[in-house]
Each structure stands twice: as C-alpha cells, then as structure tokens.
Design a protein around this ligand. Sequence first.
Ligand code: HEM
Length: 418
Amino acid sequence: MTAAIQRSTPPRHGGIDALPRLLAEGYEFVTRGCRATGSRVFATRLGGIPVVCMQGVEAARLFYDEERFRRAGAVPRPVRSVLFGIGGVQGLDDAEHRHRRQMLRRHLTPAALDALRDDVVGALRQRLDRATGPVDLHREAGLALTVAVHDFCGVPLPEPDVGQRFRDMQVMVTGAAALGPGRVRAMVARRRVEMLLSDLVERTRAQDGDRLDDPLTTVSLHRDLDGRLLPPDVAAVELLNLMRPTVAVNWYVGLLAVALARHPHVLDQLRGDPAWRLPVVQEVRRHLPFFPFVAARTRMEVPFGDTTVPDDTRVLLDLYGTNHDPDAWDDPARFEPARFVDRPVGANELVPQGGGDDVAGHRCVGEQLTIRLLEGAAGLLADDFTWRPDFAPVLPRGHLPTLPPGGVVLTDVRARTP
Ligand code: HEM
C-alpha cells in the first residue's frame, strides 16, 4: 500500500508586504526567498496583492501547462495598462489566445526576420560609422530599431518624430516596474502612441483599393473568433505588441556589450568566427537579467514539490532564477557561451522570454527576432568595429530592466579593416 503524499500550502516569506524587498533585491528576490524558505515555491504579498512565487525548470513546465494556469486576471490592471495595454494577447486564453497569436506571428517569417535584422544592422553600422566621439550604444541601437520596426509594420514615422517615438517606446518599458512619476510618464507615452496607432487602424480600414501585406493591415482587418474586427484601441495595443518590444531589444544590445566588456576573450572568440554568435547571444539571454518574471493564475490546485498551490492563486514564475537553475545548468553563475555549443535547449530551461510552446503558448512571439537582431549586433561589435567600453560593466540590482549607470558608452569606435 502506498501512503498518500501530505502536501501543505507554500511557505510564507517576506513579512507583511515584500514590495520594498523586491525593489531592493530586484532579480534576486525570488532566489533569496527560495533560499530563506528552503523551497522552490513560496507565498508572499507584493503591494498588498497575495502572490505565490515559483522558480526552476519544473516550475516552468507546470506554469506553461494551459490546463493548470490561465492568463485572464493574472496581471493587475495598473501594471497591465502600462506594460501590455488593455485587451491584448497577453491576457487571453485558449482558442481566443491562439487565434490572436497566430495573427501576430503571421509576418514573423524567417525571411522577414532576416530582412529586419539586415535593416537594423545596416542602420546601426551607419550610425557607428558616422560617430566622431563616444557613442551611447543603447540609444543608437534603439533609434535604429525604432525606424526599422515602423517600416516593418507599415507605420509611417516622419524623421522629426523619430526621437520622441523612441523615447515613448523606452519609457513604456522602464515605467512598467516604476512607481510614481516614472509610471505616469509611461502611461502618457502609451496613450500618445496608442491614439496615433488606433487612428491609423481606422484610416487603414476606410481605404479603398489594393491592400498592403504588412502588420498594420493585418491587425486592422483581423477578426476575432466572434467574427468582429478588433476595437481600434485593441488593434493599437496589438500593433504596439510588435513594435515596443522590438525597440526594447536595444537593452539586450547594451547587455551584449556589457558581457563583451566583462569577458574580452569572448570578443576575441567572436572575431572572425560567426559560429560563436548564437552561443554568445544565448548566454547573454540566459545569464544577464531583463524581464524578471511572468504572471498567471491557477485554474485548479497545482501540486509542486511537497506543496500544493491552491486554485485561483496568482503565481509569478521567476525567469531570471529559472535561467540559473542548477538542475539545468552547470555552474549557472558563470558566463560561458560554450555551454550552448551542441547542447539542445529544453523549452523550459532557457526562459528569458518565457517558456512552453512557441506556436500555441504564451512564449514571446519575438524571441527568434530578438536572437537574430542580437546575432547581427554581435557581428557589428566583433567584426565591423573596434571600440573600448567607457562604462563600468556593473548592473545595479534594483533597476528593472538594468544597464550600467550612465549608459553603455563606447569610445574610440573605428571601422575594422578585414
Ligand atoms: C527585448 C527582448 C524581449 C524580451 C526580454 C521579451 C520578453 C517576453 C516575455 C517574458 C514574454 C512573456 C511570456 C509569457 O507570458 O509567458 C513575452 C511575450 C511577448 N512578447 Fe516578447 N520579449 C522581447 C522581444 C519581443 C519582440 C521583438 C516582440 C515582437 C516582435 C515581442 C512580442 C511579444 C508578444 C506579442 C508577447 C505576448 C505573447 C503571448 O502572450 O502569447 N517580444 N516577451
């Protein structure tokens, strides 16, 4: 006879409210909570909201099981309204979610991703070529990405508006984790861009004649499963779902430069050997922090380890901690691109952009684009230019997302002669 396993609710951590601790510990918050409780799952309260935090490859496998977790109601409205906008794919479930997601994936074909990468790399190369002094790489990459993604989506962007649009896209990213004025700035930026895109959607619908085959047209004419066109403000949210995170790849370009500044031998390895680009990019995404966690709600009781997470509980999956899970990665704290050479990567092991299934689940639809763009940036930094870091390659813990204070500034940027 087998004894029934006795499971308890997850242990508690973080006192009355752990928000101050989260703000101070940043990406380390869940890891420290796990260490303190001796568990890979714990219950806490963040800004008055009860949540359960989970970490590790097994946690990710459960989290991305649609029968166990749903997204509706997972992210509190104030965070959602800044980070994703209201009504977008992130908060949908099941058939409705798959249908909307398919629309977003339609233009992200391998050929289109290559073309977009080439556009961005070409524009960034020109910007670096023209530089006569120190270059803020994060900003220059962001400007190149802003122009290229507008072009890709079919959204007009007059030259004088490039700087403001770039800033709007950036504060939507920094503002998501901010309190006070940072959050207000992000809301203003989102409102401004959503209004512009929603107006464009209405004009696209009203147009006669041949239709273009671009994301603006696809989103404008998309019908949900009930056969209705999206409300223009929701169409705007979905277009922004392609545009804002593409611009945010500039954070990863900055983090790539941080990694190369910290590990000059990796830069040497990259030079003249494009085969290293993918392993380096994967290790940057695994090792360095960007998105801290993702949220969902249980649809049933979910047993995990020797605990049970109750039904209808808000759960945060720790992406950064899962990327450092010692069950999946040898010496996870070490930056080692070679770990990706000839190693198959499980769907729930490398999760900086979410885990689970790429086609039907909530995994980032832009992951392959991100990888391609970063491979392009690695080529530029290794093969096309020489440069010196004019920044301390430190990443302050409490900033989400984080970059060296003062920016990722390169000096002595010179085109390399092969
Ligand atoms: C800057 C690098 C990026 C990071 C760190 C990132 C991270 C993420 C994360 C953590 C998620 C949530 C996964 C989940 O809910 O389980 C996500 C979802 C998503 N990302 Fe990205 N992403 C990036 C780039 C992109 C790009 C380039 C695009 C568009 C081309 C994009 C579009 C989306 C969309 C539409 C979703 C929602 C998918 C869904 O709910 O079905 N992301 N991303």
